[in-house]
Design a protein around this ligand. Structure first.
Ligand SMILES: [Zn+2]
Length: 235
């Protein structure tokens, strides 16, 4: 075990104040008499570049720290993207968006339904694409010179709900219904998203699922299944 001292909350806050990332909003009254100081993010202190690598479309946006979108781009995702070509397209589009930055960009966050390495640097595997051990974040970081992190897409959605949707529950199950059905469980301290197989719960002998299984929930209710049944319908 490394005997490292964890920085205290006040030390972390002090550093954020020095860097101009948060500002104090005055004292807050509480039931136990303590009056902690409320903090809020300084919206234009930094920008963030977000990429959502969806199975049908890939979305790029430049936003401030309060989530206000400054620039938005959307590209159709190829059915089976090749890591090299698709990685180059993502890098090119990210570089294009950086030109619209009005202040320093803190980094790039990429959401994906793929399984991501613990350090958020590589795609370990992808449920629907033939991608194995692709160091995507590292490649983007080298070209853009911006810290880059991969995050599971449902985990990113749950984080957004807690930050911007003001979801305050101590624990909850989050379900995302779209092209696929995915879920995440928040237990009060961490988010369990990647291992979720919610859309692949067997429900009835309904047919072949894209995961290779038979009778998964997705075969009757995922966007891809509805599109196949009602050709041309886009969810
Ligand atoms: Zn399935």
């Amino acid at each position: 075990m490394l005997d490292l001292n964890k920085p205290s909350t006040s030390e972390i806050v002090e550093q954020l104040l020095i860097e101009g990332l948060v500002e104090e909003q005055g004292k807050v009254a509480t039931s136990n008499g303590r009056r902690p100081t409320a903090l809020s993010l300084v919206s234009d202190a930094r920008l963030v570049l977000g990429v959502d690598m969806g199975s049908r479309t890939t979305t790029f946006l430049l936003a401030d720290l309060q989530g206000k979108i400054l620039r938005f781009e959307r590209l159709p995702t190829p059915l089976q993207p090749q890591p090299k070509q698709w990685g180059e397209t993502i890098i090119r589009t990210c570089m294009k968006l950086t030109k619209f930055a009005t202040t320093e960009i803190a980094g790039i966050a990429i959401s994906t339904s793929a399984s991501v390495s613990p350090d958020g640097q590589s795609i370990v595997s992808h449920e629907y694409w033939d991608w194995k051990d692709i160091p995507l974040a590292k490649a983007i970081e080298v070209h853009t010179k911006l810290p880059t992190l991969l995050v599971h897409h449902v985990q990113a959605m749950v984080e957004a709900e807690r930050w911007f949707g003001k979801e305050q529950s101590n624990n909850f199950l989050y379900i995302n219904w779209g092209e696929h059905i995915a879920s995440a469980f928040y237990n009060g301290s961490s988010i369990m998203a990647e291992k979720s197989r919610f859309g692949h719960l067997p429900i009835a002998p309904t047919g072949l699922c894209r995961c290779g299984g038979i009778g998964c929930l997705e075969t009757v209710s995922a966007g891809w299944a509805l599109s196949e049944k009602h050709q041309g319908l886009s969810v």
